[in-house]
Design a protein around this ligand. Sequence first.
Ligand SMILES: Cc1cc2nc3c(=O)[nH]c(=O)nc-3n(C[C@H](O)[C@H](O)[C@H](O)COP(=O)(O)OP(=O)(O)OC[C@H]3O[C@@H](n4cnc5c(N)ncnc54)[C@H](O)[C@@H]3O)c2cc1C
Length: 381
Amino acid sequence: MTSRAAALCQLSTFQDRVPAYPHNRNFDRSGHADVSCLSKWIRYRAITEEECISAVLARHPFEVAEKFVQELLWRTYWKGWLELHPRVWESYHRSCGALHDEFATHEGYRQAVEGRTGLSWFDDWVKELQETGYLHNHSRMWFASVWIFTLELPWQLGADFMYRHLLDGDSASNTLSWRWVGGLHTPGKIYVARPENIEKYSEGRWRPSASELNLNPRPLPMDEIGAVIPLEPVSTHPPRSGECVLVHDDDMSADLSLEVGVPHVAFLQWCGLGEDRSPVVNSHRELLRRDTRDRSHAVVVETEEAVIQAVRARSTQVLHIVKPHCGDLQGSIAGLQAMLERSGIRVILHRRAWDETYFPLAGSGFFPFWTAVKRRLDRGR
Ligand SMILES: Cc1cc2nc3c(=O)[nH]c(=O)nc-3n(C[C@H](O)[C@H](O)[C@H](O)COP(=O)(O)OP(=O)(O)OC[C@H]3O[C@@H](n4cnc5c(N)ncnc54)[C@H](O)[C@@H]3O)c2cc1C
């Protein structure tokens, strides 16, 4: 079964659990059957938020599916928010580099990432994350809160550690969720992991004592997020027959999307990013890449020169790319774009209609965003 087929099958199986999702979603039960576990595919857009929302709304009344739809829209919100505040990503990325050097031999940091803090529940989360590439949302919140406020380690290093081990590791959802826990997203509002909450929602699997946790932490000092930067305009014209399309990890189904779904387009697959991710994540990503290649007959390109040669070999001077989201990949694609343009190849950027519609609404808090999205979803029904 391909990754996309597996994602569609998982979505279909989860449909029966959608009505109970609001009551059960916060429990971290082994097997994770009360949540959809779809994020490892949605993150790569092997299946999209839009597809998931259409499928659940085709099966359930809005009121029944609302919580699940709302959670799916958190992903769109985080992506849109980061797209509009790219400085936040740049400064996170910069500080990660410096902090890695500073903390390389820091004993508290080493204990945390090796799962030997002596806090058995935290060490369990580290082990589960490293072995499976997944942590339940509630455990991610507890993990981040303990990392920041109890272990007093830099949030950026915790975010980076989680990002490298999560199958769904995503620049926006991950970085901004860590900032939310630390009180940097909603000024003054922090998320404090409490013993009774951990015990309740793990159904007694983990029972920290009050003395093991910092229960009265102060928010992290606020940083500069910069002004909202409007979205860069992109093309609305689909590729023409004979032109090339570059697919990449931020949008593994670009070949299936309406925006670029025309016949006789040659696909190239960008595999040029040598990011440091865990072996579990690397094999998941390789499966997804292979499925895209099998489906679209894409040619793998790993360097800028290989892209130039592949485009020229198809007697075209035009390459279409679905614009990567703010994050790791964006830098590498921007470098590629500059080099292609210097070589006389025209790069045409696209954005999915979903992102084009919803990202501009994500400039402030989630609830104004959700209110505006809900209105549009209502109109579409
Ligand atoms: C500290 C921290 C780090 C996180 N890092 C990531 C990350 O790197 N990548 C990632 O995809 N999610 C991240 N999340 C969000 C969330 O934990 C996961 O999306 C969710 O747990 C995935 O499991 P699921 O598919 O079973 O979710 P479900 O509960 O079944 O939700 C359905 C879908 O909605 C979306 N979703 C649900 N909750 C959130 C959320 N809070 N934020 C964004 N999207 C959401 C996901 O696409 C998910 O697949 C993070 C949350 C925290 C607190």
